[in-house]
Structure formats: structure tokens, C-alpha cells
Design a binder for this molecule. Sequence first.
Ligand code: ABC
Ligand code: CA
Length: 460
Amino acid sequence: ASATDWLSRSIYQVLTDRFALTDDAGTPCDTAPQLYCNGTFKGIVNHLDYIQAMGFDAIWISPVVTNLEGNSAGEGDAYHGYWTQDITTINKHFGTSDDLKALSKALHSRGMYLMLDVVINHFASFGLPNDTTISAYGTFNAPDLFHPQCFISDYNNQTNVEQCWLGDTTVALADLNTESQTVIDGWNKWITGMVSEYSLDGLRIDTLKHVRKPFWPAFQQAAGVYAVGEVLINDTSYASDYSNFIDGVLDYPGYYALTQAFSSTSGNMSLLLETSHQTQSLYKNGAFSTAAFLENHDQPRFQSTVHDQSLVKNAMTWSFVTDAIPILYQGQEQGYGGGNVPANREALWLSAYVTSNTLHGHVTSLNSARKAAIAANSSYTSVPMVVSSPSESTILVSKLPMLAFMSNVGAFGSYNAVGGGYQPNEALVETLSCKTLNADGNGNINFASTDGLPMVCEFL
Ligand code: ABC
Ligand code: CA
């Protein structure tokens, strides 16, 4: 699937080890020891109804290749999938190659997309690798295919960021020499093969900023599908330049602004406004070049620090009403509140996949509002949104026929907001409360909230 195909999708982020067991035996899963909890591809297949019923039509799953086996003494084991050892085989903890194909097929039969997380920057090693470690790396089994050992020491020096290593002496992330033609050819051949073997629809590329930019266009071409890269930085101009080299970029600067804006009733709304304007002007295709999220597996859950459910619902709304492709990390709909890694990687089966809680309903409404707007306006995914901030506590996103108001006044606050662009007296619905209303004689609506909740308005 192409970048354009993905623009109308919404993505549910699955941490494969923590999403679903093959058979729901009620197995406990403690996040602290950082060990496998035994989630599988088969488990995902069995719970696709749960994901699809919320309105998601794509999933992003953890990296699937064989990882380091065993425990690192301190950083746990490779349950997250980022400790690559052999890219030619599938991580047996998650299932077999056939199980992964069955997942892909099950998704496609529902009209859903599969996005695979891929790690291109490094292979992993318990302790610093030696020649024996490297000879076990299959495709890239020679020392000169890696950059000389040095850990990243200066994030302001791009060469250091690209050519030194992530990780530490407990688990070293041996940095591939992505300037070497052998490495370039090896990766391009591999990704072409993976996309075709597993009928992948898209990729999430790990550690994008740790590989030189000119590496990416040929890789994207070899993949032949949409790819969104992870550039972990709170700097829009730094992140946005990657949109000249790859289809999409995870909106980390927007994440920082979003979490700050709704962190409390005195959050900084103008920062969110300013960041979203920068996003629109700096990325190649504006905010359409980004994928937006409130949580992921690397950051503390929003509810680890924010408890006001009005703030939570407002913050959750943002990613679903902008030009970005929305991503929701598993467990957010269950109100999970784990803090920093590894506490934010709670097993979803502990929730029993209940669908009766408020946030689950909120996500479902947001997806359906977005789908209705896309269906009503053929240029919804190509004409840029208009973002404004009518007051210091409110922000308005206009993407007709959708108007979304968010505020950080909190559950005990109230706000009024005015938006326009409708036909005179047009019949509308506020989709989060399902209340109908009418535009006035000038096509404007006047919203009044007495509980600080967000409002998403569109045609009836
Ligand atoms: C494990 C333990 C951790 C322990 C660590 C040393 O080892 O779990 O508790 O602290 C995987 C696992 C992790 C594991 C790592 C290392 O491997 O999931 O649990 O940590 O073994 C991606 C993935 C991530 C994955 C990897 C590795 C990469 O999403 O899940 O981790 O394949 C950097 C990378 C980024 C990477 C992230 C973990 O590390 O750039 O791609 N994520 C600054 C730097 C960033 C840096 C970040 C965190 O610190 O600029 O490049 O991310 O170290 C903003 C600034 C930013 C700043 C942030 C913190 O603040 O603008 O620049 O980021 O304001
Ligand atoms: Ca690198």
C-alpha cells in the first residue's frame, strides 16, 4: 500500500509479546523483569475483532526476526523484538513464519493493513561483540560490515549519532556500516523479500535518524510500500527533513507539545498551536507526512501523570482529528497507566479485553468520526487542516466537514468556542456525545462545554 493509501487509515500499535496469548489462560505478566510474557501472532489473529471493532484498519506489530536468546542480567530479554540476531528467520517466541503469514492473511481478509517494525541500524550482542558473535549474524557476518565500536556520546554531532552505537556494554547494539555497498544491497534485497513473503502493507522503521539520510530512498523503493520512520527528537526542523527521504515520520515533536498542552489545566496550548503550524510548513507534505500518537512503548503512559479524565480525553482526540495518520498504542483504550520503560508495556490480556469502559468508547467514536469525515469529503486526506487557538485553553482543528474543539480546562472547567464553515442552519452532530445541533444562519456553531470535554462536530 502507498502513502496515499495509508492516509485514510488508523493504526493500532501492537506489542506482540504483550498483546494476546495463543490461548487465554490468564497467565500473569510482570513488566519489571523484562522477560517474555508469551504473546503470539496466533493470539493477535484471535483478537482482531477487538481491534477492528474500535475502528482501526491497520496494525503495527513488533519486529519479527530472530533476536538474542536468553537474559541480559539487567536489561532482561528480547521480548520487545529490537535485539536482532538473524534476519533470515522468525522469532520463535512469537510463532512460525506460517503463523505470521496467517496473520497477514487474516488482516487482509478483513480489509486491514499490516505494518511491520524493522530494525535496520543495528544487530545486538550481550556484551561487546567479538568475531564469533558477528559470525552468527547470518546476512551481515563480517566485522567490516559494522562501524568501529564507540557508543554515541554526542547527540549534537550527527556523524556520532549515525556511526557510533546505541546500547551499552550489557546489550550492545552493533552499528551496521550503512555506507558499505554490501550492507546497502543486503538490506534492500531483504526488505523486498520480506514485503513479498509476508504481503506487508507498510513499515515502521526503527532508529531512522541513526542511519545517514541518503540510505533511505533506495530502501523505501526496494520496500515498495509506505514507510514511517522513528526520529526521536523534540525538534520539528530536525525531524521534518527526514520527510524528504522517506514517506512518513513519527511525529515526536508533536507528541512533546501534545503531552505538555494537556498535562494540566495550565498546560501550554500555544506551544501545540505553534508546533502544528511548524509541522504543516516544514514537512514535505505538511502534517500529512506524519503519524501522530499520544503514547508508545518507549514513553510513559499519559495516565502515569495525568488523571483528570477530561484532559485525557482531549489529549486522545488530537491524533484522530489532524492531518496525520493516527496511531494508538495498545492499552491506552484500557486506561493503562504504566510509567517509564518497562512499566509502560503492560500485557493487554490482563484487561480481559473489556469493551465497556469509557476510553474504549471514546476511541471508537473518534475512529468513526474520522471515517465519516473521510467518506464525506474526497479531499479530506489532501487539503490541509486549519488549526487555531481561540483562547489560551482551547484549540480548534478545522477539516470540514469536521470541526474539533479541544481544551485543557479540565473536568471542573467550562469553555465556549465558535467555529464556522457550514451551510446556514445545517443539521450537525457532535459525535462524542451523539447530540444533534444546527449551525446558525451564518453557518457557525457556538459550543459551550461545562465539563471540559472535547467536541467533534460533523454533518448529521
Ligand atoms: C533497554 C531498557 C532500558 C534501558 C536501556 C539502556 O536498555 O529497557 O530501560 O534504559 C529497545 C528496547 C528497549 C531497550 C533498548 C536498548 O532496545 O525496546 O527497552 O532499552 O537495548 C527505538 C525503539 C526502542 C528500541 C530501540 C532499539 C530503538 O523504539 O523500543 O529499544 O532498537 C534513542 C533512539 C531511538 C530509540 C530509543 C530507545 O533510543 O534514537 O530510536 N527507540 C534522546 C535522544 C534519542 C534517544 C533518547 C532515548 O534520548 O535524542 O535519540 O532515543 O535515549 C527530548 C529530546 C530528545 C531526547 C528526549 C529524551 O528528550 O529532544 O533528543 O532523546 O526532549
Ligand atoms: Ca548507525
